[in-house]
Design a binder for this molecule. Sequence first.
Ligand code: AMP
Ligand code: FE
Ligand code: FE
Ligand code: ZN
Length: 285
Amino acid sequence: MRIDLHTHSDASDGTDTPAELVANARAAGLDVVAITDHDTTAGWDEAIAARPDGLTLVPGAEFSCRWQPEQGRRISLHLLGYLFDRHDIALRAERARLRETRLTRGRTMVERMVADGVPITWAQIEALAGTGPVGRPHLGRALVAAGVVDSVDAAFAGPISSRSPYYEPKADTDVFTMIRLLRAAGGLPVFAHPIATRRGPTVSDEVVAEMAAAGLVGLEVDHPDHGPDDRARAVGLARELGLVATGSSDYHGTNKTRNPLGACLTEPEQFGALLEHACAGEPVR
Ligand code: AMP
Ligand code: FE
Ligand code: FE
Ligand code: ZN
């Protein structure tokens, strides 16, 4: 069984349509794939309708959150949520708010670049994002099209990096609030790439323990952004806290070339353990 529990379609910042995503998942030899677009469930129906025989689809989403220490800078972190009720009113409202903050933040970053003479326009970003949530990969692609950088990766290392003067943070959800919102909507929260230090500062083991106490059910242990030491620490934490240990690619199509489908996988026993938790939905088989 090859199980990949974290992928993006063009309903957010991936490049495959949801239908292409499930077809590519099957072609990559996956038996189970989760669709986890940022802050939206807009890709679910198309993915379900296009699901090839033999592929199990887990509907989900990825939420940008923040953890605010009593003193010092907040830390940004991502929660995957699986099998929640997409009609739950509170979670739906929060998804809408997150998409709105992505829009304002994207506009702010584009305005800063335009003011500095960078040859991109907001209309380009709108064309790339369509009706979906705006993400920095859309800005990256506009910068590639304008010839400012050679690749989206180079854009992330430069003009759209969190250290760039053009960067603007999003108003992300408090992580404990999101864990509670997800559980209340019958969802299963899993901490995405918890120890990906190369992305920026990460939270301490104590904070992960507090998240577990608040209702977190799993940790994404195997992820392309985790080195061997990170994986060892994550496995240890998952065991200690009784959390499910997952693995996934964080596939974004051609927006992120280091993450092919199936780059990291979830053990079948761990997938079984995840599904033992009560939730609102079921994988589509
Ligand atoms: P945002 O959520 O708009 O702040 O943008 C971050 C998103 O860009 C996340 O989904 C990341 O997975 C993605 N990302 C991070 N680094 C890269 C990269 N080097 N190339 C493409 N996408 C990236
Ligand atoms: Fe993304
Ligand atoms: Fe993420
Ligand atoms: Zn992701």
